[in-house]
Design a protein around this ligand. Structure first.
Ligand code: TRP
Length: 328
C-alpha cells in the first residue's frame, strides 16, 4: 500500500512563487507516489483573521484554483476544505483535553507570530491552539508524511508528542507518528533579498500579469558594488542570482555568474534572462487558472468530491478515537 501524505495551506491571500516552488511543485510530484490529502485549512485562517472572516471564502476558492493550476490532480489525490470535515473540530477538541497548556506556550511560532503581527490581538485561545488544530489535521488521516518547510517542524514535533501521549493514556495505538518531508527549496528570496513573503511586499504572485512580473524583476535589488555597468560584482550578493539558481539552466547560470564577476554583462541583461525563465514557468499556470476560472461548476464538484472522500477517512479514525476513549 502507498504511504499517506497530508498537507495544507491557509487561505489567507494570494500565493507567490515561493509557495509554488517551496510547496506546491513538491505536492505535485508526491501525488504520483503517495496517497495524498491536500487540505485548504480555512479554520486556521481564522486564528489570525477572526476579525474579517468574510474574505476567507474567496481566498479558499482562489487557493483551490492555484492548487489545480499548479498541477494538483483531483483524480490522483484528495483536495478538500477543512471546515467541511467536522471531524477536524471534534479531534481538536478531544486532543485539547490531553494537551498541557505549557506545551503550546513553548511552540516557537506562538511568540514569534505574536510579535510579528503586533497590530492584531492574538491573545486568544484559538491562536494558542493553532498547532493543535494542525495536529488534528495530520492525525485524523493517520498520515505518515507531511511535506512542509523547515519553519513548520515544531508543529510536526508536537503532533508526534500528542500522538504518543494519547497512545500512552488510552493504551491503544490509533494514530501514526508523522515524519516531515522537507522541500528542496525551503527558502526563496524576494525582490529585496529578504525571504519572499506577503508581509514584506517583495513577492511575485501567481496572479501577477506578465507585465507586473517583468517590472518586479527589472526593479529588483542587485549587488550594490555594481554601481556602474563596468563595475564587477559578486553574483552571490544579488537576489537576482538566487532566483537564477532556481529558474535558469546550468549554462545560463554560468553565463550570468561569469558575466557579473567580469562586468561583461550588465544587471539588465542578467534580469532579462530571469524574466524569460520565470514567465516560462508561470505561463502554463496562468493558462490553467484562466481555463478553470471559466468553469466554476467543475471547481465546486472537485471540492465536494474531495470533502466526501476526506470525511470517510476522517470518520474511520474518529471511530477508533472514540473507542479508545470509551466514548462510543
Ligand atoms: N501551519 C501550516 C502553514 O502555515 C498550514 C497547515 C495547517 C498544515 N494544517 C496543516 C500543514 C497540516 C501541513 C499539515 O504552512
Amino acid at each position: 500500500m502507498k504511504g499517506r501524505v497530508l498537507s495544507g495551506m491557509q487561505p489567507s491571500g494570494r500565493l507567490h512563487i515561493g509557495n509554488l516552488l517551496g510547496a506546491l511543485q513538491n505536492w505535485v510530484e508526491l501525488q504520483e507516489r503517495y496517497e495524498c490529502y491536500y487540505c485548504i485549512v480555512d479554520w486556521h485562517a481564522l486564528t489570525t483573521g477572526y476579525a474579517n472572516p468574510e474574505v476567507i471564502g474567496e481566498y479558499s476558492k482562489d487557493l483551490l484554483l492555484n492548487y489545480l493550476a499548479a498541477g494538483i490532480d483531483p483524480d490522483k489525490c484528495t483536495v478538500f476544505l477543512q471546515s467541511k470535515v467536522y471531524q477536524h473540530a471534534e479531534l481538536h477538541l478531544l486532543l485539547g483535553m490531553i494537551t498541557p497548556l505549557s506545551r503550546l506556550e513553548r511552540v516557537p511560532t506562538y511568540k514569534e507570530k505574536q510579535t510579528e503581527l503586533k497590530e492584531k490581538d492574538l491573545n486568544t485561545y484559538g491562536f494558542l491552539g493553532y498547532p493543535l488544530l494542525q495536529t488534528a489535521d495530520i492525525l485524523l488521516y493517520r498520515a505518515g508524511y507531511v511535506p512542509v518547510g523547515v519553519d513548520q517542524e515544531p508543529h510536526i514535533e508536537i503532533t508526534r508528542e500528542i500522538a504518543r501521549r494519547f497512545h500512552h493514556l488510552y493504551e491503544v495505538d490509533v494514530f501514526v507518528e508523522p515524519e516531515t518531508l522537507l522541500t528542496k527549496f525551503p527558502k526563496v528570496v524576494g525582490t529585496d533579498g529578504r525571504k519572499m513573503s506577503k508581509s514584506y511586499e517583495n513577492a511575485i504572485y501567481l496572479s501577477d500579469s506578465p507585465d507586473v512580473v517583468e517590472k518586479k524583476i527589472k526593479t529588483m535589488m542587485t549587488d550594490p558594488a555594481r554601481e556602474r555597468r563596468r563595475d564587477p560584482g559578486t553574483p552571490e550578493l544579488s537576489p537576482v542570482y538566487h532566483l537564477h539558481k532556481i529558474f535558469s539552466s546550468e549554462q545560463e547560470l554560468a553565463h550570468v555568474a561569469n558575466g557579473c564577476r567580469t562586468a561583461e554583462i550588465g544587471c539588465i541583461d542578467c534580469k532579462k534572462i530571469l524574466v524569460k525563465n520565470v514567465l516560462h514557468v508561470l505561463d502554463p499556470i496562468w493558462k490553467r487558472r484562466e481555463e478553470l476560472n471559466h468553469n466554476p461548476s467543475y471547481l465546486a464538484d472537485v471540492i465536494e468530491e474531495g470533502n466526501k472522500k476526506a470525511s470517510v477517512t476522517a470518520e474511520e479514525t474518529m471511530s477508533l478515537v472514540r473507542g479508545a476513549m470509551k466514548f462510543q
